[in-house]
Design a protein around this ligand. Structure first.
Ligand code: B12
Ligand code: SF4
Length: 518
């Protein structure tokens, strides 16, 4: 059969759909004769989703539908679908004032309705697309993958049409085997109604793949809305420089989605890819790696890449990424600044070395500070977002005071206006150590639904357990009341006013004897 592949990126905030771009590029390099098309619902107004999808299918008449679903989870301290989900949840759970509680309940209802509405809508789009494609080609199949599917693949089996192939992690090999008519059962996938996801399937290692520069001339030829992302100059276009993360942070699923083995994309290929985007006017890049410098042994790779970017003459670009700031050297810092890094996120989670170790994060907070000083000395003068998730495990008033001390030191290094404390609460995810911890401590029971947003489940998944849960609830509510536009800094100030600030040295030292396993 002559395959015609339609890539449908399901509705999403307008983040560059790098996943489908890479998949279609990979397939084109292997099967240049196959006709492909990218259709990005992220660029379509919601009222037109159905009609635009119908039109696209009627015109293209695909034989294979690749649905890419990026995100499902919405716990974040930012305004999003239907409001600020964290604020609504906290108002509902922790407010003493009944009117605020009611407001939280109503807000929560709005968020919950939007959440379930989106889940059903996306499932509906998959069904609709498949049914429509079968009008033209009765054997048409659907494959579903992407970030959200990788996290919730087990739950989605009840919700997708029979015969749909559900894929975990990167999809290149699966699609290749599917198109060659080969057995794909050993890929990280299952077929709805025919096979079951294997036990711990997500923990299986992905097959290594040598990545070459994406061919954007080809992408432009199969994606009519490509220009959408080129017009606005505030988009950070995704470029992947490696896959995998070797760490074990207790709440993180990236390390299993991408695998622990780090696979570096050749620097020349990454630069070639960036160059094509650069020539199309792109100046902002997001290195979409789980971590740009996952461990010390990858510092030479990062140096090689940044040096090559510099040598390429793309000197007016900016880039951002998740950075493990314990893996920097003065040389790397210098290159980061010279190549235009203007934003990065450090996910230290806590400023207490003791907790950082308990969460299995492998960070040395003292090294992070020293490296931040090197970065500042190299001329970095832009924004750093420091992700703190309070109350993950064994938090005490002492460890909160230590986090305040740590944050104040970062402010001394970069300037208070340049360090943005991003206060998250962990949204518990399946297949993480934290999930195991929740089972062992009877907080959750195996078989719970990680996608449920029902208040009684959501309260456990939005990780903020007692005895400190209510304390953090009240602090956050006070921060939203006092300074909703600078929530993170306000939370830090309230914590310092209430509890004080520990000596920095206390934050940086973690006596081994106190440690227990997660
Ligand atoms: C980089 C990143 C970001 C960056 C993106 C920057 C940018 N300009 O691109 C930033 C920091 C902005 C970001 C933000 C958010 N992110 Co984010 N992000 C990631 C991260 C680390 C990598 C995503 C990526 O681009 N990878 C590289 C590309 C090439 O991979 P990919 O798109 O996943 O595609 C591959 C596979 O998924 C697969 N695939 C994709 N589609 C399909 C389809 C089929 C059929 C098949 C077979 C395979 C397949 O093949 C592709 C190629 O190998 C992932 C975690 C991870 N390690 O995957 C989280 C992740 C995607 N993010 C997630 C979330 C939730 C968010 C936020 C919504 C968080 C929040 N609450 O605010 C926000 C907002 C995003 C938005 N839509 O508005 C979740 C989504 C799942 C979920 N829990 O619901 C993830 C999976 C993290 C997680 N574990 O929860 N994010
Ligand atoms: S370093 Fe980052 S990506 Fe890696 S396991 Fe930890 S939190 Fe996840």
């Amino acid at each position: 059969m002559n395959e015609k592949i339609l890539y449908v990126r399901l509705p999403c905030n307008p983040i560059f759909p790098i996943g489908v771009v890479y998949l279609s590029d990979h397939i084109h390099k292997l099967f240049p004769e196959i006709e492909q098309k990218i259709f990005d619902l992220g660029t379509i107004p919601p009222l037109d989703f159905n009609s635009a999808l119908d039109r696209c299918i009627d015109e293209f008449q695909p034989t294979l539908l690749i649905f890419s679903w990026r995100d499902i989870q919405i716990y974040a301290p930012v305004g999003g679908r239907g409001g600020n989900p964290l604020q609504n949840a906290f108002e509902f759970y922790y407010a003493r004032n009944p009117l605020i509680k009611l407001r939280g309940a109503l807000g929560g209802l709005k968020v919950t309705t939007a959440y379930y509405g989106e889940l059903w809508r996306n499932q509906g789009l998959i069904r609709r697309g498949l049914t429509r494609a079968r009008k033209y080609c009765p054997q048409a199949r659907a494959v579903v993958g992407g970030g959200a599917v990788s996290v919730f693949y087990e739950q989605l089996q009840k919700q997708l049409p029979k015969g749909t192939i559900v894929s975990v992690g990167e999809g290149e090999q699966l699609l290749e085997k599917l198109l060659r008519g080969q057995d794909f059962s050993n890929e990280r996938c299952y077929v709805v109604g025919e096979t079951q996801p294997r036990e711990r399937m997500i923990h299986e290692q992905p097959t290594p793949l040598e990545k070459t520069a994406c061919n954007y001339d080809y992408i432009a030829s199969i994606w009519s809305d490509f220009d959408y992302y080129l017009q606005e100059n505030d988009f950070y276009i995704g470029v992947q420089t490696k896959r995998g993360c070797p760490h074990n942070c207790c709440y993180c699923v990236y390390t299993v989605v991408e695998g622990k083995q780090v696979r570096i994309n050749p620097a020349d290929e990454v630069v070639k890819e960036m160059r094509q985007l650069y020539d199309r006017g792109i100046r902002n890049f997001w290195f979409t790696d789980a971590q740009f410098i996952p461990a010390k042994r990858f510092i030479p790779d990062a140096i090689e890449l940044l040096q090559k970017i510099l040598d390429s003459g793309m000197t007016d670009i900016h880039w951002a990424s998740y950075i493990r700031a314990d893996n920097l050297t003065p040389e790397l810092c210098d290159l980061m600044v010279k190549t235009g890094m203007n934003y990065f996120e450090i996910g230290i989670t806590s400023g207490s070395q003791e907790l950082v170790r308990k969460m299995r994060m492998g960070y040395n907070l003292r090294t992070v500070l020293q490296n931040c000083r090197d970065l500042k000395a190299a001329g970095f003068n832009d924004l750093v977002s420091v992700n703190y998730s309070f109350n993950v495990i064994d938090e005490t008033y002492d460890t909160i005071r230590q986090t305040v001390a740590y944050h104040r030191e970062l402010e001394r290094i970069f300037g208070a206006d340049k360090v943005e404390p991003a206060i998250f609460f962990i949204g518990l995810q399946p297949h993480t150590h934290l999930e195991e911890y929740a089972f062992e401590n009877n907080i959750l029971k195996p078989g719970y639904d990680p996608m449920s947003l029902m208040p009684w489940t959501a309260k456990k998944l939005l990780w903020n357990p007692e005895p400190l849960g209510s304390f953090f609830g009240e602090v956050c509510l006070q921060a939203w009341r006092q300074n909703p536009n600078d929530f993170g800094r306000e939370v830090m100030q309230i914590l310092e006013d209430k509890l004080g600030c520990a000596p920095l040295e206390e934050a940086l030292s973690a006596p081994i004897k106190k440690l227990v396993g997660v």
